[in-house]
Design a protein. Sequence first.
Length: 266
Amino acid sequence: MSDGRALAREFLEQQRLLGGDAVILPDGPPPRADGRSGGQADGNTPSRSAGPVVRPSAAATDLPRPGISYDPPGGDLFSNDPVPQAVSLEAIAQLVAGCTKCRLCEGRRHTVPGEGAAAARLVVVGEGPGRVEDETGRPFVGPAGELLTKILGAIELPRERVFICNVVKCRPPENRLPQFDEIAACVPYLFRQIDIVKPSVILAMGGTAAQTLLNTKQSLGALRNFVHRFRGIPLIVTYHPAALLRNPNWKKPTWDDVRIARRLIG
Ligand code: SF4
């Protein structure tokens, strides 16, 4: 009982954080099967608290229409480039650890290749490491990472069952946007990670991730509400958790987006 109540409390908290659908907690006990009101009307039935009732959303019933399909060429397996030949996420991480292909290597404390399950059904892609990520070598930690963990929990995907990474693997100075040449140098690692994991769905969080994975300059707002494809894998675009911390009004649309991603995972 207490576990159930704790789970319900956690679920309601996630709903509140994500700006999700209204949750109705009836005052009284649940109705009886015979249509009479529940509770102790007959003097024998013990009182029970009712579970939360979630009002279904229209957004949860229909999938968005198809969007952009991007199928970048794979690396040349016969070249000397080790990235397309890397056979595991660990091999990619080792290559990233020694990478000096762009200027972002100069100020980094740690590379942040990504972490999570090699057999993940969902790959989450953000922009680049921030200060805490650079200090720890882990993606999506700190307040934005905690929010991402809550978002994943809300769609019943524990963080450890997801692969989480960024477009660039080293921290841009002062958290500026990664520049075009830095993204171009780093993106083969991301593409190879996706090839290795072979997820059912990709969740692109923020404009940099969406534009890189779809090879477009369209705004994040224009890219939301479509089921795009990256090498045939469904890709959903939504806001970056750091942006949600700055603008809580985006939590509700993000909640809608991640539920679409969850439905596509099956
Ligand atoms: S950001 Fe990417 S390409 Fe640039 S040094 Fe780091 S790992 Fe290499």
